[in-house]
Design a protein around this ligand. Structure first.
Ligand SMILES: Nc1ncnc2c1ncn2[C@@H]1O[C@H](COP(=O)(O)OP(=O)(O)OP(=O)(O)O)[C@@H](O)[C@H]1O
Length: 302
């Protein structure tokens, strides 16, 4: 059953359409990522889903409620971490947690939450004195303190160092294990590939694809793979033999490195050929198409 449904969602600013007829179904308990270039309409969409911004037209159903009309009820069910969520500079971390806890009937224990987000040692520090990454972690904590059934996280790990990012991913996976539905806006393809069950690709206010990460990679890159290696001896003499292998699309020489691209079982075909011909391949590297490759094929930055 969908936790979130949107139909023909539209929003314009001063006559400029930024969300242009979006349909969306986010299933209960899944992690759903919104991807796409700057200005594609992702934040405006999640703001409308959470009632932070009113839609011009269209329908939205979040856990059976309409964010434009049932905002108060939804606030107990939906945790939101939006971009630029600012708190007063002087508010201490522990005060912010206590304040937000007071909004909810059954909040998560504040100490546990601070521990999980590595904020315990900063609990007495005012918001204005936290680093960007610490502010980000506090924003995540505040989104989760009310045990939401739906968590909406906009640019979840922007500003976090790689270790903190990985730890946050663990936290988000844990939410899914608890049955929480997570909507994630991200620019990090690795993050979407790692976390998302499905994703929607935004372009110019529209959704141009909804798929699993693997499905999107397969459909947009034909499952293209690239194999690079150096051959002992005369590499030029071997190129023709490589070109004839099943699944091979291109074979080229970049300096001393042979670069083969192809699909299907091309890796197996190339490595078997190398072994059969008694060749020695050095520094062999395989690059499988990633979500980055898939998303970049859509292009269009504003
Ligand atoms: N309050 C506003 N008034 C006028 N224009 C706005 C407002 N908020 C957003 N926009 C414009 O709407 C468009 C969509 O913005 P939005 O923030 O939804 O995109 P986004 O996909 O989230 O981009 P990003 O990845 O940069 O966060 C942009 O061109 C933006 O400048």
């Amino acid at each position: 059953m969908p936790a979130i449904t949107a139909r023909d969602l539209r929003k314009s600013y001063s006559g400029r359409t930024v969300v242009d007829g979006i349909d969306l179904d986010v299933e209960e308990g899944e992690i759903f990522a919104l991807l796409g270039p700057n200005g594609a309409g992702k934040t405006t969409t999640v703001e409308m889903l959470t009632g932070v911004r009113h839609r011009d037209s269209g329908r939205i159903d979040v856990l059976g409620l309409d964010p434009d009309h049932d905002g108060e009820k939804l606030a107990h069910l939906v945790g939101v971490q939006l971009q630029d969520s600012q708190l007063p500079d002087k508010l201490r971390v522990e005060e912010a947690i206590a304040l937000f806890s007071s909004f909810y009937r059954d909040p998560i224990d504040g100490d546990t939450l601070l521990e999980r987000l590595h904020l315990s040692e900063h609990r007495r520090r005012p918001f204005g004195k936290l680093s960007g990454g610490q502010q980000q972690r506090l924003a995540i904590a505040l989104a989760l303190v009310g045990r939401p059934r739906v968590a909406v996280l906009d640019e979840l790990t922007t500003g976090l160092d790689p270790k903190a990012r990985r730890e946050t991913w663990g936290l988000i996976s844990g939410l899914r294990d608890d049955g929480v539905t997570v909507v994630l806006v991200t620019h990090f393809m690795e993050e979407a590939e790692h976390l998302a069950d499905r994703l929607a690709l935004f372009e110019n206010g529209r959704i141009v694809a909804v798929d699993t990460p693997a499905g999107l990679i397969a459909s947009r890159t034909d499952g293209r793979q690239e194999i690079r290696f150096r051959l002992d001896g005369d590499a030029v003499a071997e190129l023709e033999g490589l070109r004839r292998l099943p699944g091979v699309q291109t074979v080229a020489l970049q300096g001393p490195t042979v670069v083969v691209t192809g699909t299907g079982d091309v890796i197996l075909a190339v490595t078997a050929h190398i072994a059969r011909e008694g060749l020695t391949a050095r520094d062999l590297r395989v690059h499988q198409a990633t979500l980055d490759d898939a998303v970049l094929t859509t292009g269009s930055n504003q």
